[in-house]
Ligand binder design. Structure first.
Ligand code: RET
Length: 278
């Protein structure tokens, strides 16, 4: 929760663009959830858990963005052409609660669709999940502070596990690329690239929040201009749509391509195994 009174006054445009962005995000996440759950039947049983997890990620985000939007609307009140803080604050906790659930699930999604051997997948997933929890937990105190030094210290601490995650994905998962069928190799490598590219936006959005902090970002974001708060919220929302719904779609394409490259015998065998389990 941001400290009371720390939010800047916003113009109607600034308030509405964030409010509309949250609304768009709720709709996108909800629609993506329906799609991923329904699309399970289009892929081989082996890849269905990956789609199930994609659906859960966007369903969790749909709920959280709904709550984030409600909190945004109660944090500001309209009077005389602009939106002033009501004093109720804007609850950032929803976002961190969302990440702590969804980031590990995104890792599960990626590893599940790769279909790696258990001996390779388990330790990699354990490392990724622990690092993700540390990254998010360490970032939170900086997100809610009103002090630059605190923001920078926690931000930097959180960046360490972040870099570790990028390293594991790039190097260790890179090695596993060779085990993927040639038809999906470029899709899997694109998924890895999408993670690295979209995840970079999070620390950037975190840093530009500074206009509610003394001094803000000199020459870039003036104090109390609203630019930092608005930029951070829009940045996180765009990054979340790409990292959850966009990434999930890519996982679906990979699962579909792998299903299509299976021989008829392999497919029949998996169907039989799935029927036995059901
Ligand atoms: C924080 C704090 C500042 C330093 C870093 C951060 C990284 C956050 C990331 C979040 C990713 C979230 C995703 C959610 C989608 O479901 C915590 C902002 C490095 C990378 C992918």
């Amino acid at each position: 929760m941001m400290l009371l009174g720390s939010l800047p006054q916003l113009s109607a445009f600034q308030f509405n663009i964030v409010d509309n962005m949250f609304s768009l995000t709720v709709a996108t996440m909800g629609a993506a959830a329906i799609f991923f759950f329904a699309a399970r039947s289009l892929v081989a049983p082996k890849y269905r858990p990956a789609l199930m997890v994609s659906g859960l990620v966007v369903a969790i985000a749909c709920y959280h963005y709904f709550m984030i939007r409600l909190s945004w609307q109660s944090a500001f009140g309209y009077a005389d052409g602009s939106f002033s803080p009501t004093g109720k604050g804007f609850n950032d906790f929803y976002r961190y609660a969302d990440w702590i659930l969804t980031v590990p699930l995104l890792m599960v999604e990626l590893i599940a669709v790769m279909g790696l051997a258990k001996e390779v997948a388990r330790p990699m997933l354990t490392k990724l999940v622990i690092a993700a929890a540390l990254m998010i937990g360490l970032g939170y105190p900086g997100e809610i502070t009103q002090d630059w030094t605190t923001l920078m210290v926690w931000g930097m601490l959180s960046t360490l596990p972040f870099l570790y995650i990028l390293f594991i994905l790039w190097v260790e998962l890179g090695k596993s690329l060779a085990t993927q069928p040639p038809s999906v190799r470029s899709l899997v490598s694109f998924a890895r690239l999408l993670i690295v590219a979209t995840w970079m936006f999070y620390p950037i959005a975190y840093g530009i929040r500074g206009d509610s902090l003394p001094g803000a970002i000199p020459g870039l974001i003036p104090e109390k201009s609203g630019l930092g708060v608005v930029g951070t919220q829009i940045g996180y929302a765009i990054a979340d749509i790409t990292a959850k719904a966009g990434f999930g779609l890519l996982i679906f394409f990979i699962a579909r391509a792998k299903t299509e490259s299976m021989t008829d015998e392999e497919r029949a065998e998996q169907m039989k195994a799935a029927a036995v389990m059901a």
